[in-house]
Design a protein around this ligand. Structure first.
Ligand code: HEM
Length: 401
């Protein structure tokens, strides 16, 4: 993707804190977005201003991301954007774009079905989905991993969670691909609107025929003594689909690439499957890929730096999770770390509501994949291409075994 044109540097930004970095084009420059973000620790100030994408601050250190996410009154989730042109479309995704106290009320509703004790009940179904996907490739000598495994698994898991008709899965995969694989955000809109239209029909169907599924639970829920409206329920379902889709796809893809490049780690996890949960945590730290926007709510100072109301701050969770001030040799994948201090799921009130489900999907994936697929590697002519932006991603992953 070409670099965005530069905005003027605002008067309150000192020249010493300006560093030219395009969160889209530069993140994708080498095919290894985490390495590019880690390199910011060597090349840029810890907290810097880039004139790209309308002008935005970028936070790269673990301690700073903790501070930003822990102060939603100063750093708001509402009215954020990655590129000024996005201000034209108003998409509501509660509770992600709300601040406390409203945020807390809506998030609690999601936890009715995303809490650990609810999510563990999905284990058998997710394992069956995974087994079926592996069946489709195990007899071959390789696959394009995203099409075969890492796009379908989260889509099917989402449909299972929502109690949806899984026979419509191909349509959902088409929308998922439309939203994931398009270079510019506006190219993603047609798939987004189709998915929205489907969610609307689902909400209407559950209004007529309620059950014990998440849509029915949301429709029966109240905030401040008032029932949620149909459109609020629809918006929350859209967030669930978007939140649990390319995130799990990319986590699986980045982790599988790391394993394809490291036969010794594959061998270790095959021989020690009980270490897979610890491995998932360390992989999540090393391959963290979300960039999280916040809007400054009033003129203030951050680490002695002047910020103006409505300045945009993007926190690089890849840089923060691979910060040499909080983790020794962050570039190394080390399953023996006493703890993997990372912010792959973010921190603070908006930390990922689907983290238990994501961890479950990743654990089941690794258990089943390593049990059935022989030692695998990157296909001989494979050359990694990446995408930058809010969720950094690989475009493809060709494997052979
Ligand atoms: C490895 C996979 C995943 C990663 C890395 C991830 C990452 C994140 C991050 C960084 C946030 C914070 C956004 C912010 O602060 O603005 C978030 C929020 C959220 N995620 Fe995930 N996510 C994953 C999987 C899932 C899944 C499977 C679901 C559910 C289906 C989900 C649902 C949500 C929701 C509802 C929020 C909003 C929480 C709030 O605002 O309180 N995520 N996720």
């Amino acid at each position: 993707m070409a670099k965005q044109t530069q905005a003027a540097i605002p008067a309150h930004v000192p020249a010493s804190l300006v560093y030219d970095f395009d969160i889209y084009a530069d993140s994708a420059r080498t095919g290894d977005p985490q390495a590019v973000h880690m390199d910011l620790h060597n090349k840029a100030p810890d907290f810097f201003f880039t004139p790209r994408n309308g002008g935005q601050w970028i936070a790269t250190r673990y301690a700073d991301v903790q501070k930003i996410m822990g102060a939603p009154d100063l750093f708001s989730s509402s009215g954020t954007y990655f590129n000024p042109s996005q201000k034209l479309i108003k998409i509501s995704l509660p509770p992600q774009d709300l601040d406390p106290p409203d945020h807390t009320k809506y998030r609690l509703l999601l936890m009715k079905f995303l809490a650990p004790k609810m999510v563990v009940q999905l284990e058998g179904q997710i394992r069956a989905l995974m087994t079926e996907l592996i069946d489709s490739v195990v007899q071959k000598d390789g696959c394009e991993f995203m099409a075969a495994i890492s796009v379908p698994l989260p889509v099917k898991t989402f449909m299972t969670l929502m109690g949806m008709d899984i026979s419509r899965y191909r349509e959902f995969v088409k929308w998922a691909n439309g939203m994931l694989a398009s270079e510019h955000w506006w190219q993603r809109l047609p798939s987004f609107w189709r998915m929205r239209r489907y969610m609307k029909s689902l909400v209407v169907a559950r209004e007529k025929n309620p059950g014990t599924d998440p849509v029915s639970l949301l429709l029966a829920s109240e905030v401040d003594g008032k029932k949620l409206t149909r459109s609020q329920v629809q918006d929350m379902c859209n967030l669930l689909f978007l939140g649990g889709l390319d995130t799990v796809t990319n986590a699986m893809t980045f982790i599988t690439k790391a394993l394809a490049e490291d036969p010794e780690k594959q061998r270790f996890l095959r021989e020690n499957p009980d270490r897979i949960p610890a491995a998932v945590e360390e992989f999540l730290r090393r391959v963290a890929f979300a960039n999280i926007p916040r809007r400054v709510t009033r003129d203030t100072e951050f680490n002695g730096i002047k910020l103006r109301k409505d300045d945009m701050i993007i926190s690089s969770l890849a840089a923060a999770s691979n910060d040499d001030r909080s983790v020794e040799h962050p570039e190394k994948i080390d399953f023996d770390r006493p703890k993997s201090p990372h912010v792959a799921f973010n921190t603070g009130p908006h930390n990922c509501a689907g983290a238990t489900l994501a961890r479950l999907e990743l654990r089941i994936f690794l258990e089943e994949w390593l049990k059935r697929i022989p030692p695998f590697r990157l296909a001989p002519d494979f050359h990694a291409e990446a995408r930058g932006g809010p969720v950094m991603a690989l475009e493809h992953l060709e494997l052979s075994w």
